[in-house]
Design a protein around this ligand. Structure first.
Ligand code: ADP
Ligand code: MG
Length: 286
């Protein structure tokens, strides 16, 4: 009678908006010890608001936003979308950008109006050997301490400005984590490419057991492997922007179907059709 039970459970999942890609994933879900969550777009709404534009030198606000949005309009990252939304709100017309390249976990680069533009975090500049002036760094850190994510905009040899965005915790994240503990999950972990100051704030609000920040996509894979060795089967929940490697590494990859990218939905073992976090404890119970 096992196949019949499995089929009936998969059908039940589907009726509740949870797509299991096979019986084996359903069975494995019952053995999970650890749940790891991506931060942006999974524990948070992933619709960050641009809260501050700080211009440097003789750049004005609209100019900074226009050039940044021109480049970010090529990216599918939630941070990029927030910059483009703000530019649209101000009715700025965006010039074309060429040679666009996303640097996973760090930022983007490309050519806008004949200048090579970089937008990204501290790590992007560290890896490229471009020091951030101490006064600029101090201003950015102060904004990060408020739980906001700061992006630096740079066109050699000048830093053009800072763009700060604030993302909010999903309302049901705390309840979901409590429910997970009740199903017997031993540890709830948050993984993020964002900086440790913002990560600490969101981790505390959500009530996760541990968090790891400043992670590149391959670092998320390493952390998952350590969790697997220490506790046993691990699930990774992500929206897919830069998460495909970790969704593939985890014993169970769970993708947010609504906010998620095609590659995440493709790579995952389980898809939450409506992005409803409560469906995670539901799946484990099932
Ligand atoms: P998360 O784990 O929060 O989903 P990602 O790995 O997607 O993080 O990104 C990590 C960090 O890389 C972001 O917090 C940001 O600083 C930088 N970054 C990623 N994509 C972009 C982008 N399109 N524009 C600017 N910065 C970006
Ligand atoms: Mg992400």
């Amino acid at each position: 009678s096992t196949p019949a039970s499995i089929l009936s459970a998969i059908a039940n999942g589907a009726r509740n908006g949870v797509l299991f890609k096979g019986g084996v994933h359903l069975e494995k879900t019952a053995t999970l010890k650890v749940l790891a969550f991506d931060k942006t777009g999974t524990l948070t709404h992933g619709m960050p608001e641009l809260t501050q534009l700080i211009t440097l030198g003789d750049v004005d606000e609209d100019d900074l936003l226009r050039r940044a949005a021109a480049l970010e309009s090529r990216s599918e990252h939630p941070l990029a979308k927030s910059i483009v939304r703000s530019a649209t709100k101000r009715d700025l017309s965006l010039p074309p950008s060429t040679k666009f390249r996303a640097v996973p976990g760090q930022g983007v680069e490309g050519i806008v109006e004949g200048e090579t533009l970089w937008i990204g975090n501290e790590r992007l500049f560290e890896e490229r050997g471009v020091p951030i002036p101490p006064d600029v760094l101090a201003r950015a850190r102060a904004i990060e301490d408020e739980g906001k994510t700061v992006m630096y905009a740079y066109a050699a040899p000048d830093f053009l400005g800072l763009l700060a965005v604030a993302d909010t915790l999903r309302e049901d994240a705390v309840e979901m984590i409590t429910a997970l503990k009740a199903t017997g999950i031993e540890r709830v972990v948050m993984l993020t490419g964002d900086n440790p100051r913002v990560a600490a704030k969101i981790a505390e609000l959500a009530g996760v057991d541990e968090f790891h920040a400043n992670l590149l996509p391959q670092d998320k894979v390493t952390v998952l492997q350590k969790l697997q060795n220490k506790y046993g089967p691990v699930a990774m929940v992500g929206d897919g922007v830069n998460d495909a490697p970790s969704l593939a590494t985890a014993d169970i990859g769970i993708a947010m179907g609504g906010a998620g990218t095609d590659v995440a939905i493709e790579t995952a073992d389980v898809v939450l059709m409506s992005d409803d976090l409560q469906k995670i404890p539901f799946s484990i119970d099932l």
